[in-house]
Structure formats: structure tokens, C-alpha cells
Design a protein around this ligand. Sequence first.
Ligand code: B4P
Length: 190
Amino acid sequence: MRLVLLGAPGSGKGTQATRLRDHYRVPHISTGDLLRAAVKVGTPLGLQAKAVMEAGALVSDDIVLAMLEERLSQGDTGGGYVLDGYPRNLAQANSLDALLARLGQSVERAIQLDVDTELLIARIAGRAKAEGRADDNPESVRKRLQVYEEQTAPVIEFYRHQQKLTAVDGVGSMEAVFERVVEALDSRYA
Ligand code: B4P
């Protein structure tokens, strides 16, 4: 299964991706996690990405694509993967199609987690308290939501046009949302 998870910040992409990884036994590839790891280690790429992420903006397409390409070349991706946080704009969606075509692959399915803005803000505020992530402050969150509307929302249309998109209600308990996602995927793969 080669799956793309789409949704605004706080919609539950990372949360659902780890569950999907365990359920379908495929790796979870999060560009946010890859970037945070590079920041933590202090690689040149991480140093470049740090300020951009803290401001809630998108890291440059070239950097993220190179990182993703490197991750997809690892040996555990033959049976598929859950992509979380990529693509985030139309250029990335086109780059992903081109990259996968070179590997003889394609995205099979895109799931969009649908959550209204007030709840997104409340969830991220909860995480800010619990984890203190650098980009979970109110100013960065406003910026991330704006970037989502302007740059990532068109990606939903990209996959709708390819007839790969299923929108799933992302409101409810983590377990309830997970069951909806699995139902949407299994009805397609049955
Ligand atoms: P990400 O790491 O992708 O962060 P995110 O969009 O905020 O979503 P995340 O997956 O962490 O949160 P989730 O919705 O699961 O990106 C961070 C930054 O990295 C970006 O701003 C950008 O700078 C950079 N970046 C990443 N990818 C990039 C790319 N492709 N190109 C350029 N830049 C890139 O969950 C949020 C909270 O909600 C959690 O606390 C969770 O516990 C809670 N929650 C989830 N589901 C819930 C539920 N059902 N009920 C209650 N709470 C729930």
C-alpha cells in the first residue's frame, strides 16, 4: 500500500500514520519527523530548516525532496509506506509522481483528514502544553494554518482529479478516526 495522508496541522496525520504503520505493517515516513531529526542532530540541512519550521513556513522543496528520495531508497519500502506531511504543495505533488515513476511506482491512495479550524487550534494547544514543540506557539500555528489553506489544500484537488482521494471525518476519538480510515482503505483494497 502506497498511501498519502493529507490534512491540516493538528488534523491527526502523524497520530493516524503510526497506527496505520502497525496495522498494515508498512513504514511510516513523516517529512516533519525527518526534518526534526535533522534539526536535533544539527546537520547543515537541519540548521537551515530550523528557523523555517519554527516560523511555521515550508522548508524548501529541494531539501525535502532530497530527504524523501533518500528515505524511499532504503530497503524497507518495497511493500509500500504511509507518507505523512508530503506532498504539501502542488510542486511537491508533481515531484512525488515523477520520483515514484522513476521507481516504477505510483501513489495508490490519498486520505484527507477533515477537521474544522477551531478543533485544530485546540489540539495543537494541547500538544504545546504536553510536548513544547517549537512550532506549536500561537503565531506559528496561525502561519501553518494559512500555509495549509494556500499551498496544501490544492493538493487535495490534485488527488481528487486522479480519483485517488477519500475524505475521512477526522473528528472523534483517535480510535474512531482510525476505524474510519481503515474502513475507507479496506473497502478499496477488498
Ligand atoms: P508536521 O510534522 O507534518 O506537523 P503537522 O502538520 O503539525 O502535523 P502533525 O502530524 O505533527 O500533527 P497531528 O495532526 O498528528 O510538520 C511540521 C513542520 O515541518 C511544517 O510546518 C514545515 O515547516 C515542515 N515540513 C514538514 N513536511 C514538509 C514538507 N513536505 N515540505 C516543507 N516543509 C515541511 O496531531 C496534532 C495533535 O493533535 C497531537 O497532539 C495529537 O495527539 C492530537 N490529536 C490527533 N488526533 C486526535 C483526535 N482524534 N482527538 C484528539 N486529539 C488528537
